[in-house]
Design a protein around this ligand. Structure first.
Ligand code: NI
Length: 173
């Protein structure tokens, strides 16, 4: 039950190579994400925004800010992979980031940030000609490609939107 609430769309995708159609679909998910996240929190009160989407999980407010900072990291990783040979990316402690004071700001701050961020991320991704360009995650010691990054973040946005919409369905909000 807890696992289902945490992974409503199933686990994060593992490294893989996408077809042209799968890339188009992933890009479309990323294009729509800012609007979908804004719609997911639309009309929620501060009390609702400060409700955890599951026991022990983040609040709705923390989820929104997390998506923005996760996708900021995605943007940096894409640009590193496109401009350096086999870069080592920098992991970060997402649970600790979510405890810093900016995670208490109104969601609109990160929704506006995501609008601008995806407006820049999408053209960069649409310009990719070699989806096999690699990057390495030092903690995992594994090498990934731009394809796996695209699949990961297309899943990631929908995964967190679903946390919020599933909570609203359960609570009747
Ligand atoms: Ni996440």
């Amino acid at each position: 039950m807890t696992a289902d609430l945490r992974y409503p769309l199933g686990p994060m995708p593992t490294p893989l190579e996408l077809s042209a159609q799968e890339r188009e679909e992933a890009l479309e998910h990323l294009r729509r994400l800012p609007d979908e996240l804004r719609a997911a929190v639309g009309g929620l009160s501060n009390t609702q925004l400060d409700t955890r989407y599951r026991d022990g999980g983040w609040t709705v407010r923390q989820v929104v800010h997390h998506v923005a900072e996760s996708h900021m990291n995605a943007f940096i990783r894409v640009k590193l992979a496109l401009t350096e040979e086999h870069p080592m990316i920098k992991p970060y402690e997402e649970d600790l980031w979510a405890e810093l004071p900016d995670a208490q700001l109104p969601p609109e701050v990160s929704l506006t940030l995501l609008d601008a961020l995806h407006a820049r991320l999408l053209p960069v991704l649409k310009g990719v000609t070699d989806w096999s360009r690699p990057w390495t995650h030092p903690a995992q010691g594994r090498t990934y490609t731009l394809d796996s990054l695209l699949a990961l973040y297309a899943w990631h946005g929908r995964h967190h939107v679903r946390h919020i919409t599933a909570l609203r369905e359960r609570e009747g909000w």
